[in-house]
Design a protein around this ligand. Structure first.
Ligand code: CP3
Length: 342
């Protein structure tokens, strides 16, 4: 079977010039994205417009020729599929009706997820018609802990105090919420694979807020369940996990979940990561997104450092977090050139 460059990593192949893609590679730093985005006052309507979502998924590939496209969508579609209203307010980020009691968790519409995610499946079909067969198509979902953070808090936050408070004060309620999200995530990700994605990524952006015990219970356990359920039906689909800012817990996250690849944030030491993960996992990361937005020369220096530190390991180059809206396009181009050895 033909294996493209991106997937060759999962067969443990190495090379001087790594395959690469960037978190938030489709987004506001691209004028062609802003032009399509203008037509949709409502962000989720944009995500569910199969033609528009497919178009912006492909924009960064057309411009930069990365090795993987990532489906254009959002982690907050799962609350929406479950019947919790989600809106994106300009300059304020996502807004949801916060979950406060048992009744609201019981009412979550798990049985409707499959039909409600249909627009995303249509997007995947359209992308696969256009995407060169040499490229991977990454599907994704938010991991239950991170999605629960937004559903309980009702908005973005730096500390998610209401969510973490609920997990202590009403552990059974919180547990039911996490189980429902775990089930919804499995349904949604299996549908994405059926529709044509060739790799999966789980975003646990707020994993770093969990205590050790919460991490075991709400990050590792649900992730392990999602991975094992997907692997039962689709053993050949690689799964990348991103437990941002998880620090020392990243070791247990890697060893206890069955994930194939570990995405590492910009704070992770390169030599430590290689020691911990390179025998068992594909590594992905970890250039600082703020450096990319700030300084082209230093971006190149740091990128070469990562390439040199990890050249003997099967890794996928990426940032430690998503591309920021004010990132100069020239910097992204210079980064791509460096990665190709140009
Ligand atoms: O990476 C990609 O190019 C694929 C698409 C993608 C988006 N969001 C598009 C998006 C992916 C994979 C995500 C994941 C996501 N969404 C995460 C996990 C990764 C991370 O960043 O930690 C989280 C926490 C969210 C929730 C979310 N969605 C936030 C906090 C915001 C920002 C709100 C804002 O106004 O900036 C979004 C909106 C969003 N999702 C945008 C994009 C391109 C910007 C919206 C716009 O264009 O107006």
């Amino acid at each position: 079977m033909h294996t493209h460059f991106f997937h060759s990593r999962f067969l443990k192949e190495t090379s001087e010039n790594p395959p690469f893609w960037f978190m938030r590679q489709a987004g506001r730093y691209l004028p062609e994205y802003r032009k399509v985005r203008e037509n949709f006052p409502d962000f989720l309507s944009f995500c569910y417009h199969a033609q528009a979502a497919a178009e912006v998924t492909l924009q960064p590939i057309t411009r930069f020729d990365m090795d993987a496209a990532i489906l254009f969508s959002d982690i907050l579609v799962i609350p929406d599929f479950l019947g919790r209203r989600v809106s994106f307010v300009k300059n304020e980020g996502p807004q949801l009706e916060p979950i406060t009691d048992e009744k609201e968790v019981e009412k979550l519409e798990l049985s409707l997820v499959l039909e409600r995610c249909e627009p995303v499946m249509k997007t995947i079909g359209l992308i696969q018609k256009e995407l060169p067969k040499t490229k991977a198509l990454i599907g994704f979902a938010g991991a239950p802990w991170t999605v629960a953070c937004y559903m309980v808090e009702g908005k973005g936050s730096k500390i998610f105090e209401a969510t973490r408070g609920m997990s202590y004060q009403r552990p059974e309620l919180f547990s039911t919420l996490i189980s429902t999200l775990t089930q919804a995530t499995i349904v949604y990700l299996k549908a994405q694979i059926q529709a044509g994605v060739t790799c999966i990524k789980l975003f646990d952006s707020w994993a770093g807020l969990a205590t050790t015990q919460q991490f075991e219970q709400w990050v590792i356990n649900p992730t392990q369940k999602i991975v094992s359920d997907i692997k039962k039906d689709y053993p050949h689909i690689p799964i990348i996990g991103f437990a941002k800012n998880a620090g020392a817990m990243t070791m247990r996250y890697a060893s206890q979940t069955g994930l194939d690849a570990i995405a590492l944030d910009a704070s992770t030491p390169l030599d430590w990561a290689a020691q911990q993960f390179s025998n068992t996992h594909v590594m992905q990361g970890n250039l600082d997104n703020i450096l990319l937005a700030s300084d082209q020369n230093e971006t190149i220096v740091q990128t070469k450092k990562i390439m040199n530190a990890w050249k003997n390991y099967p890794y996928i180059f990426n940032l430690g977090h998503g591309i920021l809206p004010h990132t100069p396009i020239d910097n992204v181009q210079a980064l791509c050139d460096t990665l190709r050895g140009q």
